[in-house]
Design a protein around this ligand. Structure first.
Ligand code: PMV
Length: 334
């Protein structure tokens, strides 16, 4: 029997955003980031090890539930990572990859984070290799999707920036059990965004607001870390929203500018501010897309879903929460 492994890896939602790449060769960021690992938004990937005479192949589960060869743009991102992992392992093999997402791809919902974390861990497992979580984080990061470095861990996860080993891999700040936060995603756009996050990282330093944000980040990182450790929602909410606005401020003022928001994004943001004034524990954050992640406590989840779900631009809600990280499973896709 050929060696095969399947991994389910989670997406994550950044509280402190990675925005701007300092080193493309090694996918190293200008700034540290911190995220909550999700539970429901996941990628399942099966990797089968083939002999070297065969070609690498990539298939993707369609909305209709059948596996089809992936589009060229998708394969073009996956195959170089397979190449990298092949080199790392020293094995003369090829891979058959099949992958499925539980949520819309490419719409600013970290599908590349869960995708490359799942791919990396499934290749490692299919080859029968053991790696530490630090090494898994480094390998996932080298895919080119830096946020994948954070998706190999559960709970609340920091990816430090800087010289030396520190910036190489993500570390867990607190476990999933430490704080039961929810993420209700207001889906405003299901199709892939027009400008990739890679493009956004490249353009970010051209914004006049890029440098000022760098100076604010050490304090923000400290505030968010302490808010998580002490479960202080008010402190968390303030900084998380500031960070989300700043990412988009930088995107909109980059050369050329990038507008990820839709009119519905502003409507949702206003409704969240109103809900907070009325006492709900909720704040908003957006990655590189129009969809709004509403971070809230379990007590506030129902009111958030009811109020935001009633906004006409919101096509659906995804109820998610903090997850425990990737798992190896037996249910293979191929
Ligand atoms: O990992 P990438 O290259 O897809 O970039 C992720 C960028 C953001 O999602 C906007 C922020 C983050 O830290 O996840």
């Amino acid at each position: 029997m050929r060696a095969k492994a399947t991994v389910i890896a989670p997406a994550n939602i950044a509280f402190i955003k990675y925005w701007g790449t300092a080193d493309w060769e090694r996918t190293l960021p200008f700034n540290p980031s911190l995220s909550m690992t999700l539970r429901e938004c996941v990628t399942r990937t099966t990797v089968e090890v083939l002999s070297r005479e065969e070609n690498d192949s990539v298939s993707l589960m369609t909305g209709e539930g059948s596996l089809e060869p992936a589009a060229e743009a998708f394969t073009r991102r996956v195959v170089p990572h397979l190449e990298r992992l092949r080199e790392w392992s020293g094995e003369e093999v090829s891979f058959r990859v099949a992958t499925e997402n539980s949520f819309p791809m490419g719409a600013g919902m970290a599908s590349s984070a869960s995708g490359f974390a799942a791919l990396t861990l499934a290749v490692v497992a299919a080859l029968g290799k053991q790696v530490s979580s630090e090494e898994a984080s480094v390998l996932a990061r080298l895919s080119g999707s830096g946020s994948a470095a954070r998706s190999v861990e559960g709970g609340y996860v920091k990816w430090p920036a800087g010289e030396g080993n520190e910036g190489e891999h993500a570390v867990q700040v607190a476990t999933a059990d430490h704080w039961d936060l929810r993420d209700v995603v207001a889906v405003l756009q299901e199709q892939a965004k027009d400008v990739s996050s890679r493009e956004g990282h490249e353009r970010a330093p051209s914004s006049p607001y890029f440098e000022p944000r760098q100076r604010l980040l050490p304090d923000r990182l400290e505030t968010v870390t302490q808010a998580i450790l002490t479960r202080d929602f008010a402190a968390l909410a303030h900084t998380v929203e500031e960070e989300a606005i700043d990412l988009h401020l930088i995107a909109m003022s980059s050369h050329p500018p990038i507008f990820y928001w839709r009119p519905g994004t502003l409507e949702v943001l206003a409704a969240i501010r109103r809900l907070r004034q009325e006492g709900a524990e909720v704040c908003a954050t957006m990655d590189a897309g129009a969809n709004v992640h509403m971070i809230c406590t379990p007590e506030s989840e129902a009111v958030v879903a009811e109020e935001i779900g009633a906004i006409s631009e919101v096509s659906s809600l995804i109820h998610d929460g903090v997850g425990r990280g990737p798992m190896i499973v037996d249910e293979h896709l191929i």
